[in-house]
Structure formats: structure tokens, C-alpha cells
Design a protein around this ligand. Structure first.
Ligand code: SER
Length: 582
């Protein structure tokens, strides 16, 4: 069975049980600063698990793009992946344990479905705690379906599932498959790694608050997640998904580049294949981020740089990431059209990042070799590798671990903070004089820029955000993410929208607040910019709100007439508008 067939089977099965099939949400939650990436199928559904009615009903199923970075050092083993796909079905206050467990069993063992022998299965159920009782009901349900007593284990906190620290949660029952040689042992031991977890049914009937208390939710939900990668591997009798159609075409491309075989260089090739797939999905996402030194961009940078380093390690001496990315786009483009649509951006960014790191990697490795001769690395050493050669801290730590020495991480962070402080002071200075001057015309254009920012979202797409801005007495310049050229009609519409707001004579107000409060209010901020804990937000009537240091006009009527003079491309996925006020 290949990946496509497995996905189809899963969705067909749950469709036959009255579920609506919903598309995968973006990998990068645009409006949720609390998580870097979607780590589970339920994450985009949180509002519906807590009571908001879902537009397509109470029974949902899908295949969801997920990405977890907690398992970074496990990548390369048989069962962990950075990017992975989760098959899931949900009950939003509809069915509960009996149906969920019954259907899980039917899908796993049914002849028409996965046809897995019961003799290869085992399950865990929740042993209970102070707030939540032992899950006797799930135990009894599994027993009634024919799972023997010795194959059911009562487990503690591993069987209470929550995404992060707070929110909807509940006891879970997990299903395991025997991957060892020969017959599975009669008694199930959930710590034996030959038992691989493939599916998790969470009975999401509780909510955990910040103070740690767990209280019942308004509705009893079911949230299940089946790891596509793992399940596909076991169904094909493979030790790992790397040997299935999800990864093998990528590995087959790595082999000739390196002149080595998978069996000789299994771990590095697995890491490269895993990371390139993750990088393609981050760069190809609807809410893509680009490589940078903060948050999501930093994870992406680490992934790409790790690919380059492992490539070098197995003897690759040419640029290769784009060629691997092409395989990912080809293999995944049908199911996830966004990677095909955004392929130019994916290739451009990979190429740029690879070229940049290629130039310094060799020298950096030599420098590291010198440093390592003296034993453990100081914070200053690690910072030098970061600053001059672009080595992410984690890469330096990994190199050090290979030589069995340590890195002074605290020292590195202290250096990093010192540097950040210096650049922050630099940025503030620049900002004060950031507008070419504070002449009335520049101030008028500055406020017009805020209106333009909002107008683009209103007219073209709510996903548009600022990527850069620059104002001189002659013109304003505004960069934003958008995939294609604007039509003349669209340019006109945007211009009209800004002029409409100017004529509405809205007043402009500055409010100081905490960064969190501003985010909660949905104030616009510039992509990739780090803001301090207290920020100033400019409100133009109730039309626009934006993180900004000013200065601005007091009322939009002071702006005059707004006119767009040019619309052009600056980079893949980034457009630029130049405009004047008259
Ligand atoms: N949310 C649960 C998990 O991620 C079930 O989907 O395991």
C-alpha cells in the first residue's frame, strides 16, 4: 500500500461513518503566537473543541500537516520525523468512547480496511489521577472487541494528552503494533520499543487552566491521531517510513549526489531526507516563513544548515538542496498543491541559504576543529562560530558531542544577549531618524502607509503583511507578501480604498500597551521584527491598528490625495508599491 492509498482508505472509512472531510490547515498558525508550528491535527480545531459550532458539522476527519521539533535529536531513528502527517477523526460533542474505539478497531483489523491481525496489536488506557478517574470504560470496550487482558496496559501521564500546557485535554487510549521478529509476546510491555504506537484516541472532555486545574469541558469530544508515516511503514513490513514511498525517492536522489549507498550512510541520509521535506513544507506553506535568526525562521535555518552539513559529511560537494526539493514537490504536490504553487520561492530560498552557508561551513569547521583541540568550547567560541560562520548553537553542540566535549551554552546566550542589546540600541537610533526626516509630507505619507497596509488586506487578501517600508520626502515605499502582480483594477481599488478612508476624516491615536495586549488586539506588526515588552500602537479610527513608533498626523484629512505610482516585484512572493500624497 502506498501513502495515497492509505490516506484514501482512512478518509473513505470515516466518510462512511458520517464524517465530513476537511482540508489540512496551514502548518504555520498565523494567528496563534503560542505555537511555532502545528503539532497535532486538533490544534486548528481548538475553538470547535471548546464549543464554537464547526461550519461543516460535528464529525470531522482529515490528514493534517504537522511539525515537531522536540524530537530533533531522534531524527534518523526509525520512527521520528520533523514534518509528518496525521490522519485524524473528531467528534465535536457528538460520539464518544464506544464509537471511537469501535471504529479504531474496525479500521485497523477490518478485512476491507487495514486488515491487521489482532495478534499484533496492544493498547494502553489511562490509569487515572486525582481529577480524572481510571478509564475502566475504555478497558471494557477493548476487551469486548477481543483484545486480551495481557495486551491492555494501564498507563499514567503518557495517557493524558494535551497540546502544550493548557487547553482542551483528556485521557487517551493508544494503539501499538508489534514490529519485532516472530510472534508478539503474550504480555504487552509499553516500554519495549518493538511495540510502535500508531494511533491515539483522546477523550477530550476536560480543560486545563494556567493554574493547573483540570475541569470538565462543555462538551465531550474525541480527538484521534494516526501517524501516517509509522502506519505506512508497518503496513509494508518496513522498519521505517524512510523505506516507503514517503521518503525513498528523496533518498534515491541523495545516493548519486554523495556517491554512497543508503545502507552505508543510513542516519545522515535519513536526516537529510527528513529535513528537506520539512523545509519544503515550511517554505511552501500558505503562511510561509523565510530563514532567519528568530522563532520559526530559525528552525528553518537550522534545518537547511543541518542538511548542508550532513551533505558535506557524506561527500556531497555541489549544491544539492534544490534538486532534492524538486523530488519533494513532485511527490507531494498532488496532495498539497501549495508546495507546487510556491515552488519558485522554495527553490530560491533554499538556494540562497545553501550558498550562504556553503561559503562559511568549511572554514567554520576548521575553526571549530582548532577550538576543540583545547577541550570544551567557551560561550565566546560558540558565539564566534554563530556570528562569523553562521553555525546555529545546536549545530555547534552537535559537533561538540561528536567529539565528546561540551559547549558553554549559558556563556553563548550571554554573548548573544549582549549583541542583541547592541543591535537594539542601534535599531532604536535608526528608528528615531528612520523616516528620512519628520517633515509634514513625510508624516502624511507615514500615516498613508498604515492605511495602505490595511487597504491591501481588505482589497486583496487578509494574509498580507508588511515586509518593509521606507519613506522619503519624494515617495513612500511599501513591501508586502503577495504571490503575483496586481492587476490595474486592483491597484485602482487599493488606491480608492485609501482615499475613501482619508475622506472619512478618521482621527489617529497612539496607545502604549504590553506587547501581549497588542498581539491580542491583533495589531499589525512587521514580519520578522522583534518588538520590546511594551510597545506603542497607532490606531487610525477603528480602521487600522499597528505597532509603530510614529510620528503620525492627527486626522486622516491632513494626508491629502493618495496616489500609487508603481507596483513591482522585489523578491519571490514579495511585492512593492510606491506612492505619493498630493
Ligand atoms: N492529539 C492527539 C495526538 O497528537 C491525537 O490526535 O496524539
Amino acid at each position: 500500500m502506498n501513502a495515497k492509498q492509505l490516506i484514501q482508505k482512512y478518509l473513505d472509512f470515516f466518510k462512511s461513518k458520517g464524517h465530513a472531510i476537511i482540508p489540512s490547515a496551514s502548518l504555520i498558525p498565523a494567528n496563534d503566537a503560542s505555537v511555532l508550528f502545528n503539532t497535532a491535527g486538533m490544534q486548528p480545531l481548538v475553538p470547535y473543541l471548546t464549543g464554537t459550532p464547526h461550519p461543516v458539522g460535528k464529525r470531522l476527519a482529515n490528514v493534517q500537516k504537522c511539525l515537531r521539533t522536540v524530537d530533533f535529536e531522534n531524527i534518523g531513528d526509525d520512527t521520528h520525523h520533523t514534518f509528518f502527517q496525521m490522519l485524524g477523526n473528531w467528534s465535536l460533542g457528538d460520539y464518544f468512547k464506544k464509537e471511537a474505539i469501535g471504529w479504531s478497531f474496525e479500521f485497523l483489523t477490518g478485512k476491507k480496511w487495514l486488515n491487521i491481525p489482532v495478534a499484533k496489536l496492544a493498547v494502553t488506557v489511562y490509569q487515572g489521577d486525582k481529577a480524572v478517574p481510571r478509564d475502566e470504560e475504555s478497558y471494557a470496550l477493548w476487551r469486548s472487541l477481543g483484545i486480551p487482558e495481557e495486551r491492555i496496559a494501564f498507563v499514567g501521564k503518557d495517557n493524558f494528552w494535551i497540546a502544550g500546557e493548557t487547553g482542551p485535554c483528556g485521557p487517551s487510549t493508544e494503539m501499538f503494533f508489534w514490529t519485532g521478529e516472530g510472534k508478539a509476546p503474550a504480555r504487552f510491555d509499553s516500554d519495549d520499543h518493538r511495540w510502535v504506537e500508531i494511533w491515539n484516541d483522546v477523550f477530550m472532555a476536560y480543560n486545563k487552566k494556567e493554574d493547573g486545574t483540570v475541569t470538565p469541558l462543555k462538551q465531550k469530544n474525541v480527538d484521534t491521531g494516526m501517524g501516517l508515516e509509522r502506519t505506512l511503514a508497518i503496513l509494508n513490513g518496513k522498519k521505517s517510513a524512510y523505506e516507503t514511498d514517503l521518503f525513498f525517492p528523496i533518498i534515491q536522489k541523495i545516493e548519486p549526489f554523495s556517491g554512497k549507498k543508503y545502507l552505508q550512510e543510513q542516519r545522515p541520509m535519513r536526516i537529510i531526507a527528513d529535513h528537506i521535506r520539512a523545509a519544503v513544507f515550511i517554505l511552501g506553506d500558505e503562511n510561509a516563513v523565510l530563514p532567519s535568526n528568530v522563532d520559526r525562521g530559525y528552525i528553518l535555518r537550522r534545518l537547511i544548515r543541518r542538511i548542508v552539513r550532513y551533505g558535506k559529511m557524506i561527500g556531497i560537494s555541489t549544491l544539492f538542496t534544490v534538486e532534492l526539493a524538486k523530488i519533494v514537490v513532485q511527490e507531494y504536490g498532488d496532495l498539497y498543491p501549495e508546495v507546487r504553487q510556491n515552488k519558485e520561492r522554495i527553490y530560491d530560498e533554499l538556494r540562497k541559504e545553501e550558498e550562504k552557508f556553503e561559503r562559511t561551513l568549511e572554514k567554520g569547521l576548521r575553526e571549530f576543529g582548532q577550538m576543540a583541540k583545547h577541550g570544551d568550547l567557551s560561550g565566546t567560541d560558540a558565539f564566534l562560530l554563530f556570528q562569523s560562520y553562521g553555525f546555529p548553537l545546536e549545530m555547534t553542540e552537535e559537533l561538540a558531542a561528536e567529539k565528546e566535549i561540551k559547549v558553554n551554552v549559558k556563556g553563548f546566550l550571554a554573548e548573544y544577549e549582549k549583541h542583541k542589546e547592541l543591535s537594539r540600541i542601534g535599531a532604536e537610533k535608526k528608528f528615531k531618524g528612520g523616516l528620512a526626516d519628520a517633515s509634514p509630507v513625510v508624516i502624511r505619507m507615514h500615516t498613508a502607509t498604515h492605511l495602505l497596509n490595511e487597504a491591501l488586506r481588505k482589497v486583496l487578501s487578509p494574509d498580507i503583511h508588511q515586509r518593509g517600508s521606507n519613506i522619503t520626502p519624494e515617495r513612500l515605499r511599501f513591501d508586502f507578501n503577495f504571490e503575483r502582480k496586481l492587476t490595474p483594477e486592483e491597484v485602482k481599488k487599493v488606491e480608492d480604498e485609501v482615499n475613501r478612508v482619508i475622506r472619512a476624516h478618521l482621527s489617529v491615536k497612539r496607545v502604549e500597551m504590553s506587547h501581549d495586549e497588542a498581539v491580542r488586539l491583533g495589531a499589525e506588526m512587521e514580519f520578522g521584527v522583534k518588538y520590546p515588552a511594551r510597545v506603542s500602537v497607532y490606531f487610525v479610527g477603528d480602521y487600522s491598528k499597528e505597532f509603530c513608533g510614529g510620528p503620525h498626523v492627527n486626522n486622516t484629512k491632513e494626508i491629502g490625495h493618495f496616489k500609487i505610482t508603481k507596483e513591482e516585484s522585489v523578491a519571490a512572493g514579495v511585492r512593492r508599491i510606491k506612492a505619493v500624497v498630493e
